[in-house]
Structures are given as C-alpha cells and as structure tokens.
Design a protein around this ligand. Structure first.
Ligand code: GLA
Length: 392
C-alpha cells in the first residue's frame, strides 16, 4: 500500500522555515533551537506556513566518533534525536547542516567520503532537511560528483529528507541541482543585512542578489527544485551572525522599505523563505511582514514560476510572474532616490492578457480595484509595490 507520506512530493512549493546561522552563527545551542521552535509557533509563523527549523554550522563536536560519525557538540547535551523530537512535537520539521568537503565553513568535521554514514545518522535522528555546504577540502572532486554522492545517500535512506544544496552558485547548480536529487540550490554567495555590499566586503546585499537573480536561468526552477537566493535578512543585523566574517558594525538592519522589497522579491522569485532573525525578539513590523498571507500565496503559488524582469535598466523596475489562477503577480520597484509612479500594462507582464477587466489587489494593504489593463503604483525609494492581477 502506498502511504500519503510516500506520495507527497517533497518541496512541491518552496520550503518555508527558519535557520540558525544569521541569528546565532557559531554560538548556537540546543536551547536556542528549542526557543526558536517555540517562537515559530507563538508568533503565528507556523500557522502562516513556516515549518522547518534548521540548525546551521557548528552543531557538531570537533571530533567524529571512531567510525567517522558526526557527534553533537556539548552545546547540544541531549543529542539530535531528542532535539528533532522537540521540534516534531510542535508540528514542525527538523533540519541539520553539514558540508560537501572535509570540514564545514567553521572548521568542524563534515561529510565528504562519509555521505552514506551521515545520511543514515540523519535519518535515524529524524532529520527532515539537510543543508549541504561547499566548504572544506574537496579532495579533487568536482561539485557535481560531491553533491551527487550526498543526493544518492539521502535517496537510499528510509526517510524523506529535503536536500538543500549550498554551493553558492559557483558551478551553475541551477543546471544540475535537480538531477543530483536537490530540492533547492543556493544561487549566490551569502546574503547579509545590507542593501549593497562593496566588492571587497564579505557577502551580498539585497540589491546585489536581485541583480544576479535577474540573470540566472530558471529553466529547472519549479515544483520539487528551487533556485535559492539565501536566507531572509528581515529582522537581522547589525548583530546578524556574520561576525565570524567581518565587524558587526558594517551591517545595519534593512530599512522598512528595503525589507518590503526583500520579501516582495523573494516571493516573486518563488524562493525558499528561511527566516534568519532571532524569533524571540521579532518586531511587530517584521512579524506582520513575514506572515503576510497575500505575499506568501505568491511565493507558494503551485505553478512555482520564478518571476522575471519585464522592465529594468533605469530606476523604475517592473517584474512579474504568472500564477496558477490565470493571473499574475506584478512588482514595481524603485531604485532611485525620489518617490515616483511606475506603470505598466497587463499586456507587458507575464500573463495571458485578453480579458476585458482585471481585478487588482495591493498585496501590502489588501486594497482592491479594477482595471481595463493599465497598472500604475507610486513607489518610494528602494521600496516595492506588489499587486496580484486576476482576469475577471
Ligand atoms: C557558508 C554558507 C552560509 C552558512 C555558513 C556557515 O558561508 O553559505 O549560509 O551556512 O557557511 O558557516
């Protein structure tokens, strides 16, 4: 008999959840993870659809056991199976991190050459999601070979585990991530809490990532496999967990306009939404942003299309994507220094125009109106208006 579990497609829509790295970096503890799971429930984020709690780098002890198995560090005194149980008991799913090299990015033991052993551990512990990074010595093996090895190991174990490839876009993972069993693959370097980063600084800002995503092939992106522009920097910075890499004062929290732009575009891109903030101190603004059901419906639209630019180049940008109901999501983004009106027409965006009338809904406010085809929004600097357009 086929069970529901076996027939449910993993990552049929982009995974939603929380990841420890930006908030806790290498200082992460078991109690931080428990608190994050509790907070995901208490803030209403679980109810909104966020379900994965992912422990990033530094959960493992400095030494493996004599067989090469990963062991939890002293900061996880009850072990990973108990922590997975705690997360599962709250109706959530549990994720862990390791790397496709000899070491993680912070120098802990990793999984190259021990993929099967580690996949079996993860399955025994009750892991539902694996983030597989690209640090450590690769021992001369190319990315496809290394990521295939873990993909096959995860496929072989008796547990459904979302496979999140974190190869930073170095070897065009959008071309092979799906074939090696990946459910999402990082398309860029690390996103940090900045609008733009200087080329000599660590990480990328939101605008830098958008520029890259505009150029990345989305042919393989869709149900079961997603281009990943990295964690959400909403509620992160200046203490956003990148202090391993640079002084914390280089970063600042994104402004409200920048945060709206960040979420609007990650949803338009149908990106995995992994919250980076400390959930125990989330502001009301950030909580309301992250639980906006009109935005999340665009991210989770069953067609799974990655939005693309219709109009770029000057400071007024229009991006759009088709939705399963025959309509489209349309984003109006202002890269300039002054507020301005940005306009387009249904015939110029990614939808089958041809209806006489369209219903338009402003995804920030919920305000609705009708149009015969013209669309125009007033947008403040670095902000984004995003509407849902539906043929009547
Ligand atoms: C890399 C990854 C990050 C994070 C850190 C952890 O930089 O891209 O997302 O996992 O490693 O060390």
């Amino acid at each position: 008999m086929t069970t529901h579990h076996e027939t449910t497609r993993l990552a049929a829509t982009p995974p939603l959840g929380w990841n420890s790295w930006n908030a806790f970096s290498c200082e992460v503890t078991e109690s931080d993870i428990r608190a994050a799971a509790d907070a995901l429930v208490d803030t209403g984020l679980r109810e909104a659809g966020y379900e994965y709690i992912v422990v990033d780098d530094c959960w493992m002890a400095a030494e493996t056991d004599s067989e090469g198995r990963l062991q939890p560090s002293a900061e996880f005194p009850n072990g990973m199976a108990a922590l997975a149980d705690y997360v599962h008991d709250r109706g959530l799913k549990f994720g862990l991190y390791t790397s496709a090299g000899t070491e993680t990015c912070q120098g802990y033991p990793a999984s190259l050459g021990r993929e099967q052993l580690h996949a079996e551990q993860f399955a025994e512990w009750g892991v539902d999601y694996l983030k597989y990074d690209n640090c450590g010595d690769h021992r001369g093996r190319d990315a496809i070979d290394r990521y295939t090895a873990m993909g096959e190991a995860l496929e072989s174990v008796d547990r459904k585990i979302v496979y999140s490839i974190c190869e930073w876009g170095q070897n065009r993972p959008w071309e092979w991530g799906r074939n090696v069993g990946g459910h999402c693959w990082r398309a860029t370097d690390d996103l940090v809490a900045k609008w733009r980063a200087d080329p000599d600084e660590f990480g990328l800002g939101v605008a830098d990532v958008l520029d890259r995503m505009a150029a990345i092939d989305a042919a393989a992106h869709g149900p079961g496999g997603w281009n990943d522009p990295d964690m959400l920097q909403i509620g992160t910075g200046p203490n956003s967990g990148q202090s391993e890499h640079e002084p914390v004062d280089v970063q600042r929290p994104l402004t409200k306009a920048e945060r709206r732009t960040h979420l609007a575009f990650w949803c338009l891109l149908a990106a995995p939404l992994m919250i980076g903030a400390d959930l125990t101190s989330l502001s009301t603004f950030d909580r309301e942003l992250l639980t906006n059901e009109r935005l999340l419906a665009i991210d989770q639209d069953p067609l799974g299309i990655q939005g693309t630019p219709d109009q770029r180049g000057d400071d007024a940008e229009v991006w759009s994507k088709r939705l399963a109901d025959g309509g489209a999501a349309v984003a109006f983004h202002n890269r300039g220094d002054a507020g301005r009106e940005i306009s387009t027409h249904v015939s110029a965006v990614d939808m089958a125009a041809g209806a006489d009338r369209y219903r338009v809904c402003d995804c920030w406010t919920g305000t609705e109106w009708e149009t015969g085809g013209s669309l125009a929004m007033t947008v403040e600097p670095r902000d984004t208006a995003i509407v849902r357009v539906t043929p009547k």
